[in-house]
Write a protein that binds this ligand. Structure first.
Ligand code: ADP
Ligand code: MG
Length: 742
C-alpha cells in the first residue's frame, strides 16, 4: 500500500465485543456482524433490509471477534508498534467507536487480571522487559504523562489540583512538534511506578466527573509515554533516540442528541462533536490525498494527533463495534470511518539526537555531580595523607596523579580521614582540658576553636552526604539495560515471546496473501479466454457472465453505499442546520439584551477592548491603558526659552527688555523682599521729636498702598532692590521706576 519507500499507511484493525446480557435478552436476532478472521473482513447485515439485499463487506489489517483475547490483539497489532517506539519512532494507538463498544476495555482492560489487561498495561510490561533485556551499554529514561480533553480544554490528570487547575495550552516547536505546555511528566523506573501513574490519572478522571460513564464517553483520554535511549554509536559517541507513544481512548463517536438541548448542554454537545468531526475531516482530507489543506487546527485533539495522522508517526487505529442490531447506523458509520483511515499515509522516521532530549541533560547533571563528589573525596584523601605525613610540607595536584587509583580506595580514605580528624580533635580537646598550666580564658578560647573545627568537619560531611544522595537519586532515574539477562527463566520466556511473535507475524502475512489471492482470482478469469470448442466457449461465456453478475452485485453494493453516504450527509446537514438555528436564536436573545439594556457608549468601549486570540480560541480583553502607551499619553510640558521657567513669547521678551508693562514679567510680579523696620533712634530734644512725628507719618501711609506697592516702604528706592536672579532684578527695575515716580 505504500506510496513511496519511507511512507506507510495507518494500520486499521476492528474489534467486535460480545453481545451483553441486555442485548441477548432483547431477542433472538443475534448480532449483525460476521467476521472472517482469515481474510480480515467484516460483513455487516442491515437488520431493516430485506434478505435479498447484499451485505456490506469491509476489509482491514486485522479483525478481532467476540472471542478474541486481549493478548492476541496486542501481539498481532500493537507489539510491532511498541517495538518501533523503542527504536526511536513516534507511535500512536487510538480506539475509536460508539460508547459501550469496548474502547476502554481494549486500551485499559482490567489491569489486575493478566488475561484482561489492555493495550496500556501490556505496553508497560513490554517496554520495561525490553529495557531489562537490552545490552548493558544502553541507558534509558522513561517518562509518562496523562491528560484528558473535555469540552475543548486540556486538563492534566496527574496534577493534584486537577479539578480546579486551569486548562493547559498547546504550543508548537519545530523540533518536537505540538506539545502541551506545563504538562506533568513523571519519570518512571519500573512497571509498578508507571502503573501508579496510570491509576492516579484514572482516579482523577473519576473524581472530576459526576457521572463517570457520562464523562468518560464525552472526553478524550491520552496517556503519553516517552522512551529515551542512549547507546554508543559506531563513532564511539553516545547517541540518543527518543520514541513517543500516544495511547488514546477517544470519546464515544455516537451523534450527541441535540434536539431540545439549550445553553451549556448545547455548547457541550457542539464542542464534543467539534473534536470528533474535526478528526473525521482530517482523516477525510488525508485519505482523499488531493486536498492541499488538512484542518488540523480546528480542534485540540487533531492538533495533538497531527504527527500521528499524515505525520512522522506509526499509527494503529482500533475501531470497536457492538454487535446489536439497534446500533446498525452507528456501526456502519464506524466501519466507514475506519475504512477511510486505511488510506492515510504517514512518513515515520527515527528521532535521533533531538535537542530537547532530557536524557542528555540527566547525563550531564550526573557527570557534574560525580565530578563534584570525586573532588570532595580526593580533597579529604589528600588531607588524610597530609595528616599522616605529619606536617611535612608537600602538596600534590591530586586529580591528575590519582586518576589511576580505584574509586573504592578513595571513598574509604575519605571516610577514614573524617574519623581520624574527629578522633584527633577529640584528643586535642581532652589535652586542652587536662592542661593545668593554661589560663581558663585561653582554655575556653582553644576549646571553642576546636569545637568550631569539629562543626566545620560535620558540615562538610553532611554536604558530601547530601551530594551523594542527590547523585544516587539522579542516577537511579536512568535505567541501564541487561540487568536480568543472565536469568535463565527469563531467557526461556524471551524465546516463548519470540515464537509467539513469529506466529502473529505469520498470521498477518497469511491474511495479506489471502486478500491478494482473492483479487488475483478475479483477474485471472480474464486470462483464460482462449477456447477451441463450442463447449469451451459456452463455459467461458458462463464464467464471463458470472463475473459480470459479480460486478453487477458490486455495483449494487456501491450504489447502496452512495445512497447511504448521501443519507448520512443529509442527516448531518440537517443536524448542523438545527445547531445553527439554536445558536442564532441564542445570539438574537443576547443581542436583544445588549441593544436594550447596555448603554451604547459602554458597549462601544467593551467592543474596542476585545481582541481574538487564535491560539486559545477565545476573545480577550485588552488592558484599559496599554502599558507601553501610558507614558506617551501624558502631556509633555512645553520647553520654555532658556533662562525662563515657563514659555514666553518673542514679543514678551522684547517687552521685558524694553521695560514695558508688568504683565510681561515672567515671574515674581511682586517684590518679595522683607520690609526693614526703621531704626528706632529718636533723640530726646523737641526738634527731634517733630522730625520723628514726620517720619512716623510716612510710615503710617494707608494700608491699601501696601501689597503691590511695597516699594514705598521707608528706605525703598529703585536702586535698593537686589535680587539673586538677573532677570528678576531687571524686571523689578523696570517696574520700580514708574512706581517711584508716582
Ligand atoms: P467504551 O469505553 O467504548 O464506552 P467499555 O470499554 O467501557 O466501552 O465497554 C463496555 C462494557 O463492555 C464493559 O463492561 C466491558 O467489560 C465490556 N466489553 C467490551 N469489550 C469487550 C470484549 N472484547 N470482551 C468482553 N467484554 C467486553
Ligand atoms: Mg470508555
Amino acid at each position: 500500500m505504500s506510496k513511496n519507500k519511507s511512507s506507510e499507511s495507518v494500520k486499521v484493525v476492528v474489534r467486535c465485543r460480545p453481545l451483553n446480557h441486555k442485548e441477548v435478552s432483547n431477542g433472538p436476532a443475534g448480532g449483525i456482524i460476521q467476521m472472517d478472521l482469515r481474510l480480515g473482513q467484516v460483513i455487516l447485515r442491515n437488520p431493516r433490509a430485506p434478505a435479498s439485499e447484499p451485505q456490506k463487506t469491509f476489509t482491514f489489517d486485522g479483525v478481532y471477534d467476540a472471542n478474541s483475547k486481549q493478548r492476541d490483539l496486542y501481539d498481532e497489532s500493537v507489539r510491532p508498534l511498541i517495538d518501533s517506539v523503542l527504536a526511536g519512532f513516534n507511535g500512536t494507538i487510538f480506539a475509536y467507536g460508539q460508547t459501550g463498544t469496548g474502547k476502554t476495555y481494549t486500551m485499559q482492560g482490567a489491569w489486575m487480571d493478566p488475561e484482561k489487561r489492555g493495550v496500556i498495561p501490556n505496553a508497560f510490561d513490554h517496554i520495561f522487559t525490553h529495557i531489562s533485556r537490552s545490552q548493558s551499554d544502553r541507558q534509558y529514561l522513561v517518562r509518562a504523562s496523562y491528560l484528558e480533553i473535555y469540552l475543548e480544554e486540556i486538563r492534566d490528570l496527574l496534577d493534584p489540583k486537577h479539578g480546579n487547575a486551569r486548562a493547559l495550552e498547546l504550543r508548537e516547536n519545530p523540533e518536537s512538534g505540538v506539545y502541551v505546555r506545563d504538562l506533568t511528566s513523571c519519570v518512571c523506573k519500573s512497571i509498578k511506578e508507571i502503573e501508579e501513574v496510570m491509576n492516579m490519572g484514572n482516579q482523577a478522571r473519576a473524581v472530576g466527573a459526576t457521572d463517570m460513564n457520562e464523562h468518560s464517553s464525552r472526553s478524550h483520554a491520552l496517556f503519553l509515554i516517552t522512551v529515551e535511549c542512549s547507546q554508543p554509536g559506531p563513532d564511539g559517541r553516545k547517541h540518543i533516540r527518543v520514541g513517543r507513544l500516544n495511547l488514546v481512548d477517544l470519546a464515544g463517536s455516537e451523534r450527541q442528541a441535540k434536539t431540545g438541548v439549550q445553553g451549556e448542554r448545547l455548547k457541550e454537545a457542539a464542542k464534543i462533536n467539534l473534536s470528533l468531526s474535526a478528526l473525521g475531516n482530517v482523516i477525510s482530507a488525508l485519505a482523499d490525498g488531493r486536498s492541499s489543506h488538512v484542518p488540523y487546527r480546528d480542534s485540540k485533539l487533531t492538533r495533538l494527533l497531527q504527527d500521528s495522522l499524515g505525520g512522522n508517526a506509526k499509527t494503529v487505529m482500533v475501531a470497536t463495534l457492538g454487535p446489536a442490531p439497534q446500533h446498525y447506523d452507528e456501526t456502519l458509520t464506524t466501519l466507514r470511518y475506519a475504512n477511510r483511515a486505511k488510506n492515510i499515509q504517514n512518513q515515520p522516521r527515527v528521532n535521533e539526537d533531538p535537542k530537547d532530549a532530557l536524557l542528555r541533560e540527566f547525563q550531564r547533571e550526573i557527570a557534574r555531580l560525580r565530578a563534584q563528589l570525586n573532588h570532595r573525596k580526593w580533597r579529604s584523601k589528600q588531607k588524610k595523607e597530609q595528616v599522616e605525613v605529619d606536617g611535612e610540607a608537600w602538596e600534590r595536584e591530586g586529580d591528575e596523579e590519582t586518576e589511576g587509583e580505584d574509586e573504592e580506595g578513595v571513598e574509604k580514605a575519605a571516610e577514614e580521614y573524617v574519623k581520624l580528624e574527629e578522633q584527633r580533635l577529640e584528643m586535642e580537646k581532652e589535652a586542652i582540658r587536662g592542661d593545668q598550666f593554661m589560663l581558663a580564658e585561653e582554655k575556653q578560647r582553644l576549646l571553642g576553636e576546636k569545637e568550631r573545627m569539629m562543626g566545620d568537619l560535620r558540615k562538610e560531611q553532611e554536604a558530601t552526604e547530601q551530594l551523594t544522595a542527590k547523585y544516587k537519586a539522579m542516577e537511579s532515574k536512568l535505567l541501564v539495560g541487561g540487568k536480568n539477562i543472565i536469568d535463565h527463566t527469563n531467557e526461556q520466556q524471551k524465546m516463548l515471546e519470540m515464537k509467539r511473535q513469529e506466529i502473529a507475524d505469520q498470521t498477518c502475512s497469511e491474511r495479506e496473501i489471502q486478500q491478494q489471492m482473492l483479487v488475483q482470482d478475479e483477474e485471472t478469469l480474464e486470462l483464460r479466454e482462449t477456447f477451441t470448442s463450442l463447449q469451451q466457449e459456452v463455459e467461458a461465456k458462463t464464467k464471463k457472465l458470472k463475473k459480470y453478475l459479480k460486478l453487477y452485485a458490486k455495483l449494487q453494493c456501491i450504489k447502496a453505499e452512495i445512497q447511504d453516504v448521501n443519507d448520512e450527509h443529509v442527516r448531518s446537514r440537517q443536524e448542523l442546520e438545527q445547531t445553527q438555528n439554536e445558536l442564532t436564536r441564542e445570539l438574537k436573545f443576547k443581542y436583544l439584551i445588549i441593544e436594550n439594556f447596555i448603554p451604547p457608549e459602554e458597549k462601544n468601549k467593551i467592543m474596542n477592548r476585545l481582541t481574538f486570540d487564535p491560539e486559545e480560541d477565545q476573545w480577550k480583553f485588552q488592558p484599559l491603558v496599554p502599558a507601553e502607551s501610558k507614558s506617551s499619553q501624558m502631556k509633555k510640558r512645553p520647553t520654555s526659552a532658556v533662562g525662563y521657567k515657563r514659555p514666553i513669547s518673542q514679543y514678551a521678551r522684547v517687552a521685558i527688555a524694553m521695560g514695558a508693562h508688568s504683565r510681561y514679567r515672567a515671574e515674581n510680579i511682586m517684590f518679595l523682599e522683607l520690609d526693614m523696620t526703621p531704626p528706632n533712634t529718636a533723640s530726646l530734644d523737641r526738634s527731634a521729636e517733630t522730625e520723628l512725628n514726620q517720619s512716623h507719618s510716612v510710615d503710617s501711609s494707608p494700608t491699601k498702598d501696601r501689597g503691590v506697592r511695597k516699594s514705598r516702604s521707608w528706605c525703598q528706592t529703585p536702586k535698593s532692590i537686589t535680587s539673586s536672579s538677573s532677570n528678576v532684578s531687571l524686571a523689578a527695575c523696570h517696574t520700580a521706576t514708574p512706581m517711584a515716580a508716582q
